[in-house]
Design a protein around this ligand. Structure first.
Ligand code: HEC
Length: 617
């Protein structure tokens, strides 16, 4: 099979050469023609903000481009093309042959595992490592002390075949790490060596965490959600799907945040790609609403579905091309739900509206009753924010709501933490650059708020913070992607900030080093990924591809490792590091798991999960 396809590719290449030679060098390939007709309008002109340039598209893998066109951010653009055309445009953009690499035999473990699967041996699970979303790992689970950090070394590296971004959030159960990839493969990997125990292929890419527990009969199950919002319960031992349900109500519903598991319930955040589709002036923008679904984990049955914007949107005028617009819409839930057991509530953050009129629930923190799915209260960080990709500098701005909003989502899971005075607070950072402390006992009243940066569509607090009960550690991603400058007098101030939970005062800050980006394409000196904290040290990855550890007491740098390199990998697949973005590192059982590679937004692509530890520890 492989040989045949290789010969076929060779034949195509030769044919291509012949026809090019006959027709003269000016002849465009079919892939280039497709790009010119269907993609160039947005991707070729000088863009600002989120639209990747031709340069950054060319640095992706062909499979990543096809996947974006089939079940990712470009699915509506891809829908008008045949599979062959999608492959041709991907090959033309990258000058590389399309491939779907499978793992070699040697990637799999040679010996059977002796591990008995027990829910008690879970030492990290979910977006923030726990249902409160704190990103804090206590000593006994971390297995790593501050004094050992300078001795951390790379123990093994795992490469994701054909990938250009890594958003995995490994769940650690004893000696097993479970995580999904850009194309929907779920991996279970031995944490000692990186050998693969088993894989499972979902229908679309997986961005959230893989959750695990055992059922009443002790049978181990894994729960996860793919980008198309299909939720799965997988019997780990038998390798069979126990149930599978599509959760999102809108055809364009997506899952980007991690689900959260508590008791018999699986809480699933729902976003949508209408923010991208809205860039197309012939698209009837927009009819989706962000949502949270609660499923019975035993059967997949839907218990409730909380729409952030209740009811169906109404006609909201025509755009300049005469296309019907709809409102209210948007307020996607990008992030992972946080569980508050004492108050019986689920908290999520929402993003902007896509059309006007806007709602009070966009760019907001929403408290939902766990039992019923009804709203308890909401707190809005930014009012009247309506935005689609049409606002990012396209030639056609017809679907950009007037006036364009600044796109200041809450992208992170709210953190529920108990302070030193015994009071529970919710701390959450926003893309506006603000950190908010809300009172969960007083309908989200603001206890304090602190600005840590300028904020923008890709700035401010993008993916998250962590908290150890003393401080909140906020990663500020401020960079050059300001669509609407709401704080013109404010300087961009990327870096890591420690805030006192009692007062909101900035105790220390560690500006992102600038020198690492001098010679590096797609490099930004900024902290966008969520940090993770253990007693005494906070770990934060940079868009420059460095992973660093800082002392929690004064922000002094304890460790710095550059991941933008090629590494030998445990599975024999070629692996290169890139920007670190998305979820924070996972620290468990003496190991530090770090994602490297995030090719979106013009950042440095890569395909690695790197695992550090102190040798012979
Ligand atoms: C209407 C404007 C528009 C058109 C037309 C369009 N794109 Fe895009 N594309 C975007 C925007 C905006 C994004 C960024 C979305 C995001 O990440 O939020 C994007 C993202 C992408 C990505 C994801 C990049 C990454 O880093 O993961 C790929 C791949 C892509 N486009 C390829 C294409 C191809 C190929 C075509 C033509 C078949 C196309 N696009 C047509 C606007 C457009």
């Amino acid at each position: 099979m492989h040989n045949i396809s290789r010969i076929f590719v060779l034949a195509v290449l030769l044919l291509g050469l012949v026809t090019t030679a006959q027709a003269g060098c000016a002849q465009q390939s079919e892939g280039e023609v497709i790009f010119g007709e269907s993609c160039a309008e947005c991707h070729s002109s000088a863009q600002s903000g989120r639209t990747p340039s031709v340069f950054s598209l060319s640095s992706l893998s062909p499979r990543a481009i096809v996947s974006a066109l089939e079940d990712g951010v470009m699915q509506s653009e891809g829908a008008t093309l045949s599979r062959d055309q999608r492959i041709m445009v991907a090959e033309a953009l990258t000058s590389r042959t399309y491939s779907e690499t499978t793992l070699p035999e040697t990637a799999f473990c040679s010996e059977q595992s002796t591990q008995v699967f027990e829910a008690e041996s879970v030492s990290w699970m979910g977006f923030g490592g726990n249902i409160e979303g704190t990103g804090f790992q206590p000593d006994d689970r971390a297995g790593l002390t501050v004094s050992e950090i300078p001795s951390l070394e790379l123990l093994w590296a795992f490469a994701f075949p054909d990938a250009s971004e890594v958003r995995t959030k490994p769940t650690i159960v004893g000696e097993l790490a479970l995580f999904g990839d850009q194309f929907g493969v779920v991996y279970a990997v031995d944490t000692n060596t990186g050998c693969v125990r088993w894989i499972f292929e979902a229908d679309a890419g997986i961005r959230g965490a893989i959750l695990v527990d055992t059922d009443d009969n002790g049978r181990p199950l894994a729960y996860f959600v793919d980008f198309r919002t299909n939720a799965y319960a997988l019997d780990i031992d038998a390798g069979i799907v126990v149930w599978k349900e599509r959760v999102g109500w809108h055809p364009e519903s997506n899952n980007t945040g991690s689900p959260t598991l508590y008791g018999n319930r699986l809480f699933i955040p729902i976003s949508s790609m209408e923010v991208v589709m809205g860039g197309d002036p012939s698209y009837e923008c927009c009819t989706s609403s962000g949502a949270v679904a609660a499923l019975d984990k035993r059967t997949g049955e839907l218990l409730w579905y909380h729409r952030v914007i209740p009811g169906y949107p109404e006609e909201a005028g025509l755009n300049a091309l005469g296309t019907q617009l709809w409102a209210p819409s948007g307020a996607p839930v990008w992030s992972s739900p946080t569980i508050d057991l004492s108050r019986g509530r689920v908290y999520v953050g929402t993003g902007e509206n896509y059309t006007r009129p806007t709602t009070a629930t966009s760019d907001a923190i929403i408290a939902i009753e766990m039992a019923t799915g009804e709203i308890a209260w909401s707190f809005q960080g930014t009012e009247s924010d309506a935005f689609t990709m049409a606002c990012t500098g396209f030639l056609n701005r017809q679907n950009c709501p007037a006036p364009p909003g600044p796109d200041l989502d809450f992208g992170m899971a709210p953190i529920l933490v108990t302070r030193e005075d015994g009071r529970d607070i919710l701390v959450v950072g926003q893309k506006s650059g603000m950190v908010w402390a809300l009172n969960p006992d007083a309908d989200g009243d603001v206890l304090w708020s602190t600005r840590v940066g300028k904020g923008s569509a890709l700035g401010g607090i993008h993916w998250g913070m962590a908290s150890d009960g003393h401080f909140a550690y906020a990663a500020n991603a401020d960079r050059d992607a300001v669509v609407v400058d709401v704080h013109p007098d404010q300087e961009a101030a990327p870096g890591l900030y420690a805030l006192d939970l009692m007062t909101g005062e900035i105790v220390w800050s560690a500006p992102a080093p600038r020198d690492t980006c001098e010679e590096r394409q797609g490099c930004y000196p900024a902290n966008s990924a969520a940090p993770t904290v253990i007693p005494g040290a906070v770990f934060a990855g940079g868009l420059d591809g460095h992973i660093r550890a800082y002392s929690t007491s004064d922000g002094q740098m304890l460790w710095d490792f550059d991941t933008v390199q090629e590494f030998e990998t445990s599975n024999g697949i070629r692996g290169k590091g890139g920007s670190i973005d998305g979820p924070g590192p996972v620290i468990a059982n003496g190991l530090v798991f770090v994602n490297s590679g995030y090719g979106q937004f013009g950042q440095i692509p890569g395909n690695l999960l790197l695992v550090f530890g102190v040798p012979d520890n």
